[in-house]
Design a protein around this ligand. Structure first.
Ligand SMILES: [Fe+2]
Length: 300
């Protein structure tokens, strides 16, 4: 099922989103000493490593080059025993669906208890302004169900689950070691900062905006520095950039304003993602482009 969905997305979404500057995935590589990233067409999945334990954040598409790209990063799939799932869409859970290559059969999935209702069939996942149902995801991996605000540890890694409904009803953001914020499909970075994620893919865009407001308050009251890492548009350590347009939704049907010359013409074209680059310099962060007006945005 997910194999077919993944292939369909590669074909149809590549055509639909060409030149739209909607998907701006990072190439495969490292953000810093703890966080590695793999590119799967337009999506990114992540690995967080600390004191000999590596966990995975999201499981991406049902993607045939995952093993190969993990080797670029020297991460062994058999060492992955814990996978945090932000939400159960097929570009975030594909590698643990029943018809996947089974690289992570031994891994436990951590998923919100509300999000899990899609997987039990209690709730249907709807997109295109709730006019289209997506097919049910089937995974045989053990699942640990999480509540909003739940804090737990895996090895020496501290994880806090923060419920951010909107894109899906049970979407979780994961705050790791009080510093790394994995946002899944909560925030979309444009050339002038962050917006609520793509309108046509949300269950409820107004709820998404409310969740973003709560997330911003939650992070700012901690008075710390964060690395905010998105599922499709890169990362930033500048909260002003991250939340610059949090009351606005990314409209996937309009041409982008301001134009972002760094966005790939076709996010599904992976020619730019190579082993040599993955082992080279660290992945650059997203930033507000010069001459772009937004609520504050720092260059560099
Ligand atoms: Fe996604």
């Amino acid at each position: 099922m997910s194999k077919m969905d993944s292939k369909m997305q590669k074909i149809s979404m590549s055509l639909i989103y060409r030149g739209k500057e909607i998907f701006k995935p990072m190439n495969t590589g490292w953000i810093d000493e703890h966080v590695a990233c793999i590119r799967e067409w337009v999506a990114n999945i992540f690995f967080y490593t600390k004191n000999g334990t590596t966990i995975m954040i999201d499981a991406g598409y049902n993607y045939e080059r995952l093993r190969e790209k993990m080797e670029w990063l020297k991460i062994d799939p058999s060492e992955i025993r814990h996978i945090l799932i932000t939400h159960q869409d097929t570009d975030h859970i594909g590698a643990v669906e029943r018809d996947s290559d089974g690289l992570f059969k031994q891994a436990k999935l951590y998923i919100g208890e509300i999000e899990n209702r899609y997987m039990t069939g209690e709730v249907k996942r709807k997109v295109m302004f709730r006019t289209m149902n997506l097919s049910k995801v089937i995974s045989d991996n053990e699942r640990i169900l999480l509540k909003d605000g739940q804090i737990f540890t895996i090895g020496d890694i501290k994880i806090e689950a923060i419920l951010v409904p909107g894109h899906t009803w049970g979407h979780m953001v994961y705050l790791i070691d009080d510093e790394y914020v994995f946002t899944g499909d909560t925030i979309w970075f444009g050339a002038d900062g962050g917006y609520s994620f793509i309108n046509a893919l949300a269950e409820d865009n107004e709820l998404s905006i409310k969740s973003l407001e709560m997330l911003e308050k939650n992070l700012r009251r901690r008075e710390k520095d964060f690395k905010v890492i998105t599922g499709h548009t890169g990362w930033s350590d500048d909260l002003d950039f991250v939340f610059a347009h949090r009351t606005e939704v990314c409209n996937s049907f309009h041409n982008r304003t301001p134009h972002d010359p760094t966005a790939p013409y076709d996010g599904y074209d992976e020619k730019d993602d190579t082993r040599e680059k993955a082992r080279g310099s660290l992945l650059p962060k997203a930033y507000a482009l010069p001459n772009v007006t937004g609520r504050k945005g720092r260059n560099g």
